[in-house]
Design a protein. Structure first.
Length: 316
């Protein structure tokens, strides 16, 4: 016996189906639990929704032993699985938004950030290439001069990277997209944290005793721990940025600067329609083109009071 039967409403009839669409109203009949779940697709017209009510009432009379349940935000797992298997959205197309300058700049600084990180981590992970001791097992040797130069170069590239990611964060705020803001903010914080970590300098590792003057002995295990931390930082920054960049390419369409300016001008006109000057002018019957001719606040109050008094006069 089947666990679930699916029906869609079509031309006054309930028809069994193996596919449902976003514009459908469907029934999922569970004979074992004696329940009928009513599902409305996201594209269902409100008129259709009203017209179908009498047909559902007929079913309630016919299947009086069954409990009818209208699906909302919370959907039972077995019904959700059935919907996922049968829902066909292949014909649906995603409406892309314009790739406004803030999105374009996010792409630019996103790519620059990835490039800066690639160069930066070549220096930061340099300890992996330090010479191993021939006499001591599990020890790497580095000169004081080489160590100090490594710290300085790492800090320099980190500063460049921090500036890029701060600009990326500003662009993300302008997009007003939570995921982009979170991605850029996280990247900025990780880069700042990495800078403070590298700035520990000679306190970054626990140097071992017995080294020749002008050299440091460092345990391989410490370098491995250091490397692991930076790999986690790379993953935490790079993966969200790649996802963000991919999403922008997927969900936005290029727009020329000329078209963007025209769109901004049109938006400015729309905003002006609802400005305080316009509302006041419409109320008192003055022209918006001559805002300097608008009366004072005292005069407006008098006119408002007069209007209110007229409205409150009793009807003879």
């Amino acid at each position: 016996m089947r666990d679930m039967f699916s029906y869609v409403f079509n031309e006054g009839k309930w028809i069994e189906t193996d596919k449902i669409y976003p514009h459908d109203i469907a029934l999922f009949l569970d004979p074992k639990e004696e329940k009928i779940y009513i599902w409305q697709g996201p594209r269902v017209d409100s008129v259709v929704e009203e017209d179908i009510e009498p047909y559902i009432d007929e079913l309630k009379i016919k299947y009086e032993k069954f409990k009818f349940e209208k699906l909302g935000d919370v959907i039972p797992l077995k019904v959700e699985k059935e919907i996922e298997e049968k829902l066909d959205v292949s014909f649906e197309t995603t409406q892309k938004i314009d790739r406004d300058p803030q999105y374009f700049m996010f792409l630019v600084f996103g790519f620059l950030g990835l490039i800066s990180m690639a160069i930066m981590y070549i220096f930061i992970l340099n300890p992996l290439g330090w010479d191993a001791s021939n006499e001591l097992v599990g020890i790497k040797i580095v000169s004081e001069v080489q160590y100090e130069r490594w710290i300085e170069l790492s800090q320099t590239f980190l500063i460049v990277s921090i500036v890029i990611f701060e600009l990326l964060f500003v662009c993300s705020i302008l997009t007003k997209k939570i995921f982009l803001i979170s991605t850029a903010g996280l990247a900025s914080l990780i880069q700042l944290g990495t800078y403070k970590y590298i700035s520990l300098g000679v306190y970054l590792f626990d140097f071992q005793s017995g080294a020749d003057p002008g050299y440091y002995h460092i345990l391989v295990t410490e370098i491995a721990y250091y490397t692991l931390l930076h790999i986690l930082a790379i993953v935490a920054v790079v993966i969200p940025i790649i996802i963000s960049i991919s999403a922008i390419f997927k969900d936005t369409k290029p727009i020329s600067f000329k078209d963007w300016k025209a769109k901004r001008a049109e938006k400015a006109i729309d905003l002006r329609k609802y400005s305080i000057i316009t509302r006041t002018a419409r109320f008192i019957g003055e022209s918006v083109d001559n805002p300097e001719n608008l009366p004072s606040n005292r005069e407006l109050l008098k006119k408002n009071k007069k209007t209110i008094d007229i409205k409150l006069k009793p009807i003879d």
